[in-house]
Design a protein around this ligand. Structure first.
Ligand SMILES: [Fe+2]
Ligand SMILES: [Fe+2]
Length: 166
């Protein structure tokens, strides 16, 4: 739960950073994603309660330092998603060891979600790298920014997801 909340804070702070760099489309994308990460946290909270256990809401670590460039921003985003995936795999392993099949089943949604998120982060990195190799760097970044403003991402579908409607 705290890791998802932390991810939400990271996207929030990077979004604010991107907005200040003049990339409002990228900022919009990051803000939407921040909301998605928060929904992941809620999904875990609801599951714990549904299974009749206590939820412990703890402090959220501060987001890391701001990125230096848009490329750096998405590199950091990707690294964080990989880190989150590892934490999810740990839970999957624990549920397997403890033969907690309900949790094992619940965690499969997150396994799938992380595949999508890593793919998304990687494809954005590719797009930015292509933009960075051309001389018209700022123009390409500008069009990427515009694309992300309205780009359909999983943010919308994941927002609709609840424990009752996975
Ligand atoms: Fe997440
Ligand atoms: Fe994520």
């Amino acid at each position: 739960m705290t890791k998802e909340a932390h991810a939400s804070q990271i996207y929030l702070s990077y979004g604010a950073w991107a907005e200040r760099q003049g990339f409002s489309g990228i900022a919009n994308f990051l803000f939407r994603h921040s909301q998605e990460e928060r929904n992941h946290m809620i999904k875990i909270l609801e599951y714990i309660l549904k299974r009749g256990a206590d939820v412990m809401v703890t402090g959220i670590p501060a987001p890391p330092e701001n990125p230096t460039t848009i490329n750096h921003c998405f590199e950091k985003v990707f690294a964080h998603e990989v880190d989150n995936t590892k934490a999810i795999y740990k839970l999957v392993k624990m549920s397997l060891t403890e033969e907690d099949w309900a949790t094992w089943n619940f965690m499969q949604w997150f396994v799938k979600e992380q595949i999508e998120e890593e793919t998304l982060a990687m494809s954005l990195l590719d797009k930015i790298k292509i933009a960075g190799t051309k001389k018209s760097n700022s123009n390409d970044l500008y069009s990427l920014d515009r694309d992300l403003e309205k780009a359909p991402d999983e943010a919308k579908s994941a927002q609709d997801v609840t424990v009752d409607n996975p």
